[in-house]
Each structure stands twice: as structure tokens, then as C-alpha cells.
Write a protein that binds this ligand. Structure first.
Ligand code: PLP
Length: 323
């Protein structure tokens, strides 16, 4: 992993170290009060010759926005890129514990100062972890529409990739699992009527001829996969509608037979079809085809490997050394 310390208002030197536990004081701001941000990023290896980095500048931009919301210092783009570059040059990360052409990267920034009171930390640690992954081949998902609990409130942290957005989802996720669902589909916190997103995934509905996805607000994480799907669909001259979508809109589309497919999007899972949704104790079929999600998944994989006819500017190719 890569390690980088922030002290006295500046970042130190990048260091590659063996992935291991780090020493953190039990009362560190990150441990007690959630002064902690992260990113999720995937790279693709092309025939042992190149590593393709996907929309790296957009990924950095989101990290910067998250850091600003959490009062966490953000490394410069140059430093961030150098950290990725340095780790990708470390040959062992590509084969341990499995050999794969896909590598998942997890940058984290942690507040280290320890204090009884929640105050802004002066010391931080940037860590970049890597793990080879196999593309998700799982079945389509069944989602629980949560009516009582909320993921993110207006004016809160929903748009930021920070620790505080996940642990409170575990209890409702357990409820979802007890009801034979895989995960939760969240409604807005104030009215519990407008669809926002999944636990770690954005959502799309193919209704009639159009692809609908919730319009971004400050309580929705702006997924890079979401944005890529929108661009790919528009490039194919498909109508994409970003607007507030209520659960009633979706139920109505199911009733009239206009809902063709529901799918969720994320870097880690890719594009994943949603088989059913459960709302107020009733299960509704949410996909009658997986054609759309399948095609878009193929397109995104083609972009990663440099075989798609458009969006080559989303890829930064890096020569593989030392492998
Ligand atoms: C990371 C994440 C997503 C997906 O974002 P991608 O950039 O597509 O990986 C969606 N929702 C939440 C809450 C997330 O944490």
C-alpha cells in the first residue's frame, strides 16, 4: 500500500509499504468521530502491456469535494496521481492473493489527532490500498424500499464518500435481508417518497422509451458510473431523463406495463440488474429484460479495455513496468 502523512499543514513523501495494520490512537478523530474519507477506483490491465485508468480526473474531483465537506486536507492532483502511479508500478499487487486483470484501489484519508472532544484534526494519513478483483458475476438484485430509516438528509453528507454514510445502513440492510432482499433502495429523508439511490449504487429505470435516473441532490452520491451510463446512452441517442422520481411513479409504471428494466451502477459492482423491489410488504417485479444493463455493462468494459469507439478521453493508459 501507499502511505503519506499530513503534518504541519503539508503532505510528506509517498512511501510504498507492505499492506499491514497501522497504529492509530484509540481516541483518533477518525476512530471516534468519523473524520475519514475514501474513494473507490478500478483499473484494467491490457495484455500485460498497459494499465488503463478510467476517468481519473473525475475521481479526483469527487475526492476533493468530499474532503472539502469533511474539513480533510486533499492531496494535489499531481500527488494523488503519483500515488496511484507508484502503486501500479508495484508488481506484487497484481498477483496477490489472486491474479486478475482488474485491480480495485481504495484511497483513504484518516484524521489522526486524538482528543476527547470532536475537533478538526491537524494530522492525517493518506493510504492507498489495492486488491485484485474479479468482475461481479452475481445474480440480479432484489431491493428493499426502506420507509422508516434514511441514508442521507438535505444539507448532510449524502454526496460525500465518507465513513458516516455507511454504518447506519447495516441495521436496515439486516431488515432487508430478513425480507429476502439483497440490499436497500433509499427514499429521501424528509418525505420518504422520492427515490434516491442504493447503499453504494445509483439507480436507473427504463420506463417506456426513456432511461430515468434520480436527479442529483446533495443527498445523492454522484457516481462516476452513473455519469458514464448517462453519457453512453446519450451517445447512442437514447433519451435520458434526470429528475425526481417518486416510488409512486415507479409503481405506476409497473402497473401500466411501462417499466422494462431497473438496474444499479457502481465502480465495484459495475451494472447490475434489479429483479424485484419490495415496498410496504409487497414484492414487485422490477425487470422484464436484462438487455439494457447487459449492453451498457459490455460498453463500459469495452471503454476500460480501449475497444469502444467513443470516450477514449476517459482513459489514461500507463505502460506496465516491472512485471
Ligand atoms: C461509491 C458510491 C456509488 C457509486 O459511485 P461510482 O463512482 O459509480 O463507483 C453510489 N452510491 C454510493 C453511496 C457510493 O458510496
Amino acid at each position: 500500500m501507499i502511505q503519506l502523512d499530513f503534518e504541519n499543514g503539508q503532505w510528506g513523501d509517498l512511501e510504498v509499504v507492505e499492506q499491514k495494520e497501522i497504529e492509530v490512537h484509540p481516541s483518533a478523530m477518525s476512530v471516534q468521530f468519523g473524520s475519514s474519507v475514501f474513494e473507490g477506483y478500478k483499473v484494467y490491465r491490457v495484455e500485460d502491456k498497459f494499465i488503463n485508468l478510467f476517468r481519473i480526473k473525475d475521481n479526483y474531483k469527487r475526492l476533493k469535494n468530499t474532503c472539502a465537506r469533511l474539513c480533510v486536507p486533499c492531496p494535489s492532483y499531481e500527488l494523488y496521481f503519483n500515488a496511484l502511479d507508484m502503486l501500479l508500478d508495484t508488481s506484487s499487487i497484481w498477483s496477490e492473493p489472486i491474479d486478475s486483470e482488474w485491480l480495485y484501489l481504495r484511497p483513504i484519508i484518516l484524521g489522526l489527532d486524538s482528543h476527547i472532544m470532536p475537533i478538526i484534526s491537524n494530522r492525517f494519513k493518506f493510504i492507498l490500498l489495492a486488491a485484485p478483483i474479479r468482475p461481479y458475476q452475481g445474480d440480479s438484485l432484489n431491493l428493499w424500499i426502506e420507509e422508516k430509516y434514511s441514508r442521507a438528509a438535505q444539507g448532510g453528507l449524502g454526496y460525500a464518500k465518507t465513513a458516516a454514510n455507511y454504518a447506519h445502513q447495516f441495521l436496515p440492510m439486516n431488515i432487508a435481508k430478513k425480507n429476502n432482499c439483497d440490499s436497500v433502495l433509499w427514499l429521501d429523508a424528509s418525505t420518504h417518497s422520492v427515490i434516491e439511490e442504493g447503499s453504494t449504487m445509483n439507480v436507473f429505470f427504463k420506463i417506456g422509451d426513456g432511461f430515468y435516473t434520480p436527479k442529483l441532490t446533495d443527498s445523492i452520491l454522484p457516481g462516476i458510473t452513473r455519469d458514464s451510463v448517462i453519457n453512453i446512452l446519450k451517445e447512442k441517442k437514447q433519451p435520458v431523463i434526470e429528475k425526481a422520481i417518486s416510488i409512486q411513479d415507479v409503481l405506476h409504471a409497473i402497473k401500466t406495463g411501462e417499466l422494462h428494466e431497473t438496474f444499479v451502477t457502481s465502480t465495484a459492482l459495475g451494472i447490475c440488474s434489479v429483479d424485484s423491489i419490495v415496498y410496504k410488504g409487497e414484492r414487485y417485479k422490477a425487470s422484464f429484460t436484462n438487455k439494457n444493463s447487459g449492453e451498457i455493462r459490455d460498453n463500459i468494459n469495452e471503454i476500460y479495455s480501449g475497444r469502444y469507439h467513443k470516450f477514449s478521453d476517459w482513459i489514461h493508459s500507463k505502460k506496465i513496468v516491472g512485471r
